[in-house]
Structures are given as structure tokens and as C-alpha cells.
Design a protein around this ligand. Structure first.
Ligand SMILES: Cc1ncc(COP(=O)(O)O)c(C=O)c1O
Length: 372
């Protein structure tokens, strides 16, 4: 969405493009000139660069962040009859990835302060069929990984990080994507590191998983026309990899700008009768989203609409209450924390280029709505 004068968009991809135009156009033209659109040079380079950025040994580019979850689980040989524990408060792709792999999602509630999977609930949900835990680093805030890694060690489970919203976020000094056995990323355009179309990646320190995925994502083919396994077509385009290579060196700077913007919101909104997001002591979040809690959501939404400021709800319905997952038979009342927060959460616009003036206008609209 472009920034029209006076309007405050939810993300500002076009200003970012204008700032990178010369380099970006050259990168895309380089791919077109070379013609290696599938499994080309920029993909191999991006995979090396993103793995190094995350502190993981390997990265494999895949079609998108949802498929990244499916492919990561399949690489771990998780499928029909196996259970994977995931939070109910997340984007539905986290849980659809489990279903795509043929496994059974076992949903649990989240921590009410940081919105990430509740380790105590995970411990209670383990059964003899459990094969993996799938924490989601929601809103750019790392899940509390140490207790999850302990549970995983105790029960011999894999830990699959859904890092779709957490490029560059750190947990106790370690980057998301390098903490569990394997991690999935989305490069959807609005993400902290976004392509110009769909894109995804998988990071892992395990060479065995990386090699399996390299073959699986390419029809199970290795070498050409030999198919040792059944696979799918799930590759990241060379063109998208070239776009991501232009952006990656800027990611830390953009994340720092997001942190500054979050600190500004905090200062502007402090003292109002709303819940403000808090960084957990163990984390350096990257503020993919800035989510407040309020009992006056409709009033604030209207006030933001009145000044032309975009806003969102991430997400209005926990997964266990989505019709698509009615077959889990977990009706209202099953996960009280998630059910209590979904009617109260509201995402304010946040992106690296957001200005102090735009944030002040958002804060003034919220004050007005609250009569403060
Ligand atoms: C937490 C989470 N998981 C998975 C996905 C799926 O990623 P994609 O849209 O690239 O398939 C997204 C984003 O869309 C997400 O936010």
C-alpha cells in the first residue's frame, strides 16, 4: 500500500522500494538477463546469506511461509498419526502447515502478556503420539524457547520455530531460526523481510534435514530425472531471492527503526487505559506488529478511520474457533486466554519509515476515542 498524503498506511512497501530503486531494478534485470529463473544463482547466494544472518548452517528457499512449515515437518518424517503442539492464537497458516503434512494439530493456549505459546500448557499436552512443538514468534516477539527445549529433550520431540514474523528477533542473544531443530520463515511482502510476491525459507543447523528438503522441494529429484523420494514443487524463485538479497543488508537497520517506533508509541500511549505490548526480558523483538489491548476497540478503530490511519486485528478468531478446524472439537471456552484477548487486540500501523508525526496523530486519535 502506498502512502497517500495525510494517510497513514499499515505498511509502506512503496516508499521502501523508492529508497532502494536503483539497486532493486538492477538486481531484477540481472536475473532476467541471465535467465536462471528457477534454482538460479541469486537463490543459492541468498540461501547462504540468510543462513549466516540467522546463525543457522543452512537455508533453503521455498514457495512461502505456510509451505515452509509443511516441508519442515515432512523433513522430520512427521505425518499421519503424529501430533504437533501449536498455539491457537496465531495466523492460520501455522496450523494449516501441520495439516498439510498429514499430522494432527494439538492446540494450546498462549501466555497472556507476550502472546506466545504457554510452555506449561505444552507440557500438559504431550502424549505418546507427540512428535514436535511448533512455537510461533508472534508479532516479532520470540517465544520462551528454553522451557520448550527442555520439554522437547525430555520427550524426544522436535522443535519447529514458526519465525514468519520474526526475521532478526533474538532470544537470549540467539536469532530466531537458529534455536530449534528447524525454522520456517515467510517473505510475504509486508513481512520485516519481504519479497515482491510470495516467498518462504527454512533454516536449520542439521545437514540431514537440509539435504532432504533440497531434494523434496524439487519434485524429490536428485540428480536430474532421478527421484529417490516423492516430492513437491516448492521452490523460491530466483527473482524473489534477488529482491531479498537487496533488502537483507538493510534488515537490521529497519528492525532498529521498528524498535524506535515501538518505543515512541510506548511513550505516547503510556498512562492511557489500554494494554501496551511488552518485550519479554529474554527477548529482543523486531515489532512486526504493534498490538494494543482495549475494551474500546470499535471506538478506537473509528477514530483511526477518521484520520485515515490503517489498523488491523491479528487475529480476530483463535484457530480452535475457526470453522475449518471444527473437527478438533474444541469449542468456545477451551482456551480462555486466547478467547479473552481476541476481542480486545488492535494492531497499530508500524513500519521502519513511519514518522514521529504520524505516530503522534495515531496517539491523538486514540486519546480522543478514550476521552483522555
Ligand atoms: C505466523 C505466520 N505463520 C505462517 C505464515 C504464512 O506465511 P505465507 O503467507 O508466506 O505462506 C504467516 C504469514 O502470512 C504468519 O504470520
Amino acid at each position: 500500500m502506498s502512502a497517500q498524503p495525510g494517510k497513514i498506511p499499515f505498511v509502506d512497501i512503496q516508499t521502501q522500494y523508492q529508497n532502494l530503486k536503483a539497486q532493486m531494478d538492477a538486481a531484477v534485470q540481472r536475473v532476467m538477463t541471465r535467465g536462471d529463473f528457477v534454482l538460479g544463482d541469486d537463490l543459492a547466494q541468498f540461501e547462504r546469506e540468510f543462513a549466516a544472518y540467522c546463525g543457522a548452517e543452512h537455508c533453503l528457499g521455498v514457495a512461502d511461509g505456510g509451505n515452509a512449515i509443511q516441508v519442515a515437518l515432512r523433513a522430520l518424517d512427521i505425518g499421519p498419526g503424529d501430533e504437533v503442539i501449536a498455539p491457537t492464537h496465531t495466523f492460520i497458516a501455522s496450523v494449516l502447515g501441520i495439516w498439510q503434512a498429514g499430522a494432527t494439530p494439538v492446540l494450546v493456549d498462549v501466555d497472556p502478556r507476550h502472546y506466545t505459546i504457554d510452555p506449561a500448557a505444552v507440557a500438559r499436552a504431550v502424549t505418546p503420539r507427540t512428535k514436535a512443538i511448533l512455537p510461533v514468534h508472534l508479532y516479532g516477539q520470540p517465544a520462551d524457547m528454553d522451557p520448550l527445549l527442555d520439554i522437547a529433550r525430555q520427550h524426544k520431540l522436535a522443535v519447529v520455530e514458526d519465525a514468519a514474523q520474526a526475521h532478526g528477533a533474538e532470544y537470549k542473544g540467539r536469532r530466531c531460526g537458529s534455536i530449534g531443530d528447524i525454522a520456517s520463515f515467510s517473505f510475504y511482502p509486508g513481512k520485516n523481510l519481504g519479497a515482491y510476491g510470495d516467498g518462504g525459507g527454512i533454516t536449520t543447523r542439521r545437514a540431514d534435514l537440509a539435504e532432504k528438503i533440497r531434494v523434496f522441494r524439487n519434485y524429490g529429484q536428485h540428480p536430474k530425472n532421478v527421484h529417490p523420494i516423492k516430492g513437491i514443487n516448492c521452490r523460491l524463485d530466483t527473482m524473489q531471492a534477488a529482491v531479498l538479497r537487496v533488502k537483507l543488508p538493510h534488515l537490521d537497520g529497519w528492525n532498529a527503526q521498528r524498535r524506535e517506533a515501538a518505543a515512541r508509541y510506548h511513550a505516547l500511549l503510556k498512562g492511557l487505559p489500554i494494554g501496551l505490548p511488552e518485550a519479554a526480558p529474554y527477548s529482543t523483538p523486531v515489532w512486526h506488529l504493534y498490538v494494543i489491548q482495549t475494551t474500546k476497540r470499535a471506538e478506537i478503530q473509528k477514530a483511526l478511520d477518521d484520520i485515515g490511519a490503517a489498523h488491523g486485528i491479528h487475529y480476530p478468531t483463535p484457530i480452535h474457533l475457526q470453522p475449518a478446524f471444527a473437527d478438533l472439537h474444541q469449542g468456545p471456552g477451551t482456551f480462555p486466554v486466547s478467547e479473552a484477548l481476541t476481542p480486545r487486540i488492535l494492531s497499530l500501523p508500524i513500519y521502519p519509515e513511519i514518522t514521529e508525526e504520524q505516530q503522534s496523530r495515531v496517539a491523538a486519535a486514540i486519546r480522543k476515542a478514550l476521552g483522555a
